[in-house]
Design a protein around this ligand. Structure first.
Ligand SMILES: Cc1cc2nc3c(=O)[nH]c(=O)nc-3n(C[C@H](O)[C@H](O)[C@H](O)COP(=O)(O)O)c2cc1C
Length: 546
């Protein structure tokens, strides 16, 4: 069996003799596959180890077992490599699974207005994954109702709820925090934060205690979603003293809770979000993720927390390759968004699911956001099958060009009223007055003597309703659907072409996740082959042996 002998001269003058032993595979040759289809099948069966062999003619094949029950069939061949089983449940940091009681390091990110629905959360949790309920933009009574439904269906199984920062309506964030504490929500996905607020700090500190060894026991977990280092840093450090002191003085947390909070980071996990659907800075994951991991390492060595903050990846993940790449870059877990909106459980509508199933990677664009329209903030939406992006941009251009609706040229105004608003701008303003008088009358007061602000409220009427039309599948408004979506959707559509998942009616979120993770585990096995000097071409036919 010995076929190579090498002499190695050491610096001390002694010559060592090394022997490279080429191993053998023993078994029934009928179980060997030498064709691309068979090789792919064996390698894809990720729960079973397999063997790469070379026959006497130099042909490379694969077997999923060693040995045979029938000694008369015993064949031996050169064994090039053993590929161990590698399960999707082995991807990512095991601490993530342990902390949240999960089977897989996979999370579906929140999707506002209940697009990240109770149904989606329940399905994912039952499948051993984490899912965040899309509470943003919903009235609290509805959020409470949905939380009740989730808790009833899941019992002790884990799930998260989105705690979204609300700079313009602080009460929304405060009341959401009250509700989450009252309902015993122990995992929040904190997003859109520009700085730490008393509310997120109160949530984190509430219920902290110390065990007999003085170790801090965490009750409320925070998974913070960020796309900038400055913000990540705030969540990777303990809560700031002034905020903790203020909360103690107000009686919102105890002194003991504040003391515990000084010993742990604000977040257990940081999701690094790259080019995603909805609000996004469109950063590159390959640049941002390593930078945030390095920042974590630096802060961990400074603070020496008992458990380091884990770093997950989001944005653009819609294929096994991208998910595999995120794990290879060091992501502790992965988060998807766009692809879940396209699934049957999402709170969106069938017409939207159909549109989503037809988009390509380039069929997305940045369009003005309803919530921060005047500030010029944009979010990523679908541009194929909907004119929303272009129409919303037109509104923003008009907003920039004129000081009020009276200044809009007659022809332009007529066109807006005919195509976008399907009503006169004066009537839309009346709708705004009715709407805000119930919800936030101050908005109307501030707009009455300010024609530009008035114009913004009228334009935001369109921006706000366009996502409601999409979610309800409003007939006649298809061209105005505002569908938040990133390039991950197009990548997913390309990858699923020709499979059962090509049809939107077959897309179920947990199944999608299982396919993505199993595909990533398969790629991991191919990568492990490469590490043993065997490179297989993507056709599963051609090989290079180092
Ligand atoms: C329809 C939609 C709505 C979203 N709404 C929210 C939200 O309310 N809160 C939030 O934290 N993230 C929201 N996101 C972001 C997702 O949670 C997730 O981080 C992101 O979609 C991941 O990137 P991907 O779209 O490339 O998969 C939303 C994304 C989509 C597609």
């Amino acid at each position: 069996m010995t076929n190579v002998t090498a002499e190695i001269k050491q610096s001390n003058g002694i010559t060592m003799v090394a022997k490279k032993v080429s191993a053998k595979w023993f078994g029934d040759k009928n179980v060997l596959s030498f064709d691309a289809k068979g090789i792919k099948k064996v390698l894809s069966n990720v729960g079973q180890s397999c063997f790469i062999v070379r026959d006497p003619n130099g042909l490379i094949g694969v077997a999923d077992r060693l040995g045979t029950d029938d000694p008369s069939k015993l064949t031996s061949m050169e064994l090039l490599a053993t590929v161990p089983a590698f399960l999707p449940s082995q991807l990512g940091d095991p601490e993530f699974r342990k902390t949240y009681g999960l089977q897989y390091n996979y999370m579906t990110g929140a999707m506002a207005n209940g697009i990240g629905s109770a149904e989606l959360v329940i399905a994912m949790s039952k499948a051993g994954m984490l899912s965040s309920f899309g509470a943003a933009g919903m009235v609290l009574s509805r959020v409470e109702k949905e939380i009740n439904a989730i808790q009833k269906a899941l019992g002790d199984k884990p799930f998260a709820v989105n705690l979204i920062h609300s700079p313009s309506e602080e009460a929304l964030e405060r009341e959401a925090t009250d509700l989450f504490l009252e309902k015993g929500i122990t995992i929040v996905e904190a997003s859109a934060f520009m700085d730490l607020t008393p509310h997120i700090v109160r949530y984190r500190a509430s219920g902290l205690s110390q065990d007999a060894d003085g170790k801090v026991v965490i009750k409320n977990r925070v998974i913070a979603k960020i796309s900038r280092s400055e913000l990540a840093e705030k969540f990777m450090k303990p809560a700031p003293d002034p905020l903790l002191d203020q909360l103690v003085a107000e009686g919102k947390i105890s002194k003991d809770e504040a003391e515990c909070a000084r010993k742990i980071p604000m977040a257990d996990d940081i999701t690094v979000e790259a080019d995603s659907g909805g609000h996004t800075d469109r950063r590159s994951l390959v640049c941002l993720l390593p930078a945030i991991i390095a920042l974590r390492d630096e802060l961990q060595s400074k603070f020496q927390f008992p458990k380091e903050v884990r770093i997950g990846a989001a944005g653009g993940l819609g294929t096994p390759k991208s998910i595999f790449a995120a794990f290879m870059m060091g992501a502790a877990y992965v988060v998807t968004g766009s692809v879940n909106q396209a699934c049957l459980e999402s709170g969106s509508s069938d017409p939207v699911r159909k549109v989503l199933s037809e988009v390509d990677m380039v069929d997305v664009m940045m369009a003005p956001a309803a919530d921060m329209f005047e500030m010029g903030v944009k979010l990523q939406v679908v541009k194929k099958g909907s004119l929303f992006g272009l129409r919303a941009q037109k509104l923003y251009d008009i907003y920039e060009a004129y000081n009020g609706m009276d200044e809009i040229p007659e022809k332009e105004r007529g066109s807006l009223e005919k195509t976008l608003f399907k009503d006169t701008l004066d009537n839309i303003w009346k709708n705004c007055v009715d709407f805000f008088n119930e919800r936030d009358p101050d908005q109307i007061k501030r707009a009455e003597d300010n024609p530009k602000r008035k114009m913004a409220l009228v334009f935001r009427w369109y921006l706000g309703l366009s996502s409601a039309w999409a979610n309800s599948g409003e007939k006649g408004r298809e061209l105005d659907y505002q569908i938040w979506c990133g390039p991950a959707m197009g990548a997913f559509n390309k990858w699923t072409k020709g499979s059962s998942l090509e049809n939107w009616e077959n897309r179920k979120a947990a199944e999608v996740a299982n396919h993505l993770l199993t595909g990533a585990a398969h790629l991991f096995r191919i990568q492990s082959l490469e590490m043993s000097g065997i490179r297989m071409h993507s056709d599963y036919k051609h090989w290079e042996i180092a």
